[in-house]
Design a protein around this ligand. Structure first.
Ligand SMILES: Cc1ncc(COP(=O)(O)O)c(C=O)c1O
Length: 372
C-alpha cells in the first residue's frame, strides 16, 4: 500500500516575499545592525503595542538579556512555571540565580496562582509567567502579586505572538515580553527572538548588553558592561519583515484550523481539548490535548507516526529533568499537575495551509491510535 503524505506538526509559510526581502539586504550590503533589523523591530513593537522592541538571536537570549537588565544575579530567586521549555529556567541558572519551580493550572497549562503565592520568599526578585502554547497566563493576579511583593514580571511569550489577554496583546502586560521566531512558531526567522518593553531605561540597558555592553558615540564604543552578542542579522530580520506582513493572515487561518480541530475531535472519548479561559485570546501556537490516564501517550505518538502523522509531547516538566533534580533536589512527580501534563499531553499538527483532508486523517488516525 502506498504511504500517505507526511502530515507535519507545523509547516512554515515561506516563499518569494521572504526571498525578495533578503535580496534587498544583499543589495544593500548591510548584513547586521542595519535598517532591516530596525524595520522588523518597529513592526513587532507596533503589533504588540509596546514602545520599544529589540531583536535578538532567540527567545532564550531575549529572556537572558531581560533578566540581566533587571539585575537578577546570585542569591536571587525567580519564580518559573514548572511546565515549560527548559530555556525559561536555564537563563535564571546562567545568571547565578535560583529558578523556583511552580506548579501549573490543569485547565490552561499556565502558572498556578496559589502555588505561586506560596513560593514567594524574601529572596524572590521576579516572576516569569509562560504563555503556554499560545494561551496567556492569568496576568492580572500575577501582576497584583508582583506589585505586592515588589517583583519584576518577565513574560515568556515565546509561543505567544498575537496572543491576547482580555483583548490586550501579550508581551505588553508586564515589565518585559520575550518572543521566539523558531520554526515551530507562527512566524519564523529560522532562529530569532524579540524583546518588548515600555521602559526606556530597560530598553537602553538591554540594547547595551545585546551589543557587548558597548555604548556608541561619535563612531566609537565605550564598553560599560561585560555584555553579549545577541544581535539578529539583517538577513534574518528580512525574513521577519516579510513574515510580519503575513502574520494577521497566518493567525486567522491557524485559529480557523484550530476551530476545525475542535469540531472534528469533539466526539472522541478519552481526550480533553484545550480549554478557553475567560480572558480568551488563544492563538494555538500548538494544539495540545490531554489524554486520559489510561493511555500511554508515547504509544499514541508511535501509532500516529506509523500513519505518517507527526505528533509530539506538549512540553517538559522541569522538576522531572535530571539537571533540576540533581541541582535542586526535586523528585519526579513533586509537582503533580505539571508531571501529569508532561506525561499525558499530546500536540497535534496545526498550520495555516492544513486541508480538510489533513484534519480528517488526524482525527481518524487519533481515534484508531487510542484503540491500538
Ligand atoms: C516557552 C518557551 N520559552 C522559550 C523558548 C526558547 O525559544 P528559542 O528557541 O527561540 O530560544 C521556547 C522554545 O520553544 C519556549 O517554548
Amino acid at each position: 500500500m502506498q504511504k500517505q503524505k507526511l502530515i507535519k506538526l507545523i509547516e512554515p509559510d515561506l516563499g518569494n516575499d521572504e526571498l525578495s526581502e533578503i535580496r534587498q539586504v544583499f543589495k544593500s550590503g548591510i548584513l547586521t545592525r542595519g535598517p532591516k533589523v530596525e524595520q522588523f523591530e518597529t513592526l513587532v513593537g507596533k503589533f504588540v503595542g509596546a514602545k520599544y522592541a529589540l531583536a535578538t538571536t532567540s527567545a532564550t537570549t531575549a529572556l537572558h538579556l531581560a533578566l540581566a537588565a533587571l539585575g537578577i544575579g546570585p542569591g536571587d530567586e525567580v519564580l518559573v512555571p514548572d511546565y515549560t521549555f527548559p530555556a525559561t529556567a536555564n537563563v535564571v541558572v546562567q545568571l547565578g540565580a535560583i529558578p523556583v519551580l511552580v506548579d501549573i493550572d490543569l485547565d490552561t497549562f499556565t502558572i498556578d496562582l496559589k502555588d505561586l503565592e506560596k513560593k514567594i520568599t524574601k529572596r524572590s526578585k521576579a516572576i516569569m509567567p509562560v504563555h503556554a502554547f499560545g494561551l496567556s497566563a492569568d496576568m492580572n493576579p500575577v501582576n497584583v502579586l508582583a506589585k505586592k511583593h515588589h517583583l519584576f514580571v518577565v513574560e515568556d511569550a515565546a509561543c505567544a505572538l498575537g496572543t491576547t489577554y482580555y483583548g490586550k496583546r501579550c508581551g505588553n502586560l508586564s515589565d518585559i515580553g520575550c518572543f521566539s521566531f523558531h520554526p515551530r512558531k507562527a512566524i519564523t526567522t529560522g532562529e530569532g527572538g524579540m524583546i518588548t518593553t515600555n521602559s526606556k531605561r530597560l530598553a537602553d540597558q538591554m540594547s547595551l548588553l545585546r551589543n557587548h555592553g558597548g555604548l556608541r558615540k561619535n563612531g566609537r564604543f565605550t564598553f560599560l558592561a561585560a555584555g553579549y552578542n545577541y544581535r539578529l542579522s539583517d538577513i534574518q530580520a528580512a525574513v521577519g519583515v516579510a513574515q510580519m506582513h503575513k502574520l494577521p493572515d497566518i493567525l486567522r487561518k491557524r485559529t480557523k484550523r484550530a476551530q476545525d480541530l475542535y469540531t472534528a475531535l469533539k466526539d472522541i472519548d478519552g481526550i480533553s481539548l484545550p480549554n478557553i479561559p475567560p480572558w480568551k485570546g488563544h492563538v494555538f501556537q500548538s494544539f495540545v490535548i490531554l489524554l486520559d490516564m489510561k493511555y500511554n501517550r508515547d504509544t499514541v505518538i508511535e501509532n500516529m507516526k506509523k500513519k505518517n502523522i507527526e505528533t509530539t509531547l506538549g512540553t517538559y516538566a522541569l522538576h522531572d529533568q535530571p539537571f533540576f533534580m540533581k541541582q535542586y533536589g526535586y523528585k519526579a512527580s513533586d509537582l503533580k499537575k505539571s508531571h501529569y501534563v508532561y506525561k499525558h499531553a499530546l500536540t497535534l499538527p496545526l498550520y495555516a495551509q492544513m486541508t480538510k483532508q489533513d484534519i480528517n486523517r488526524i482525527v481518524v488516525g487519533l481515534a484508531e491510535s487510542l484503540k491500538e
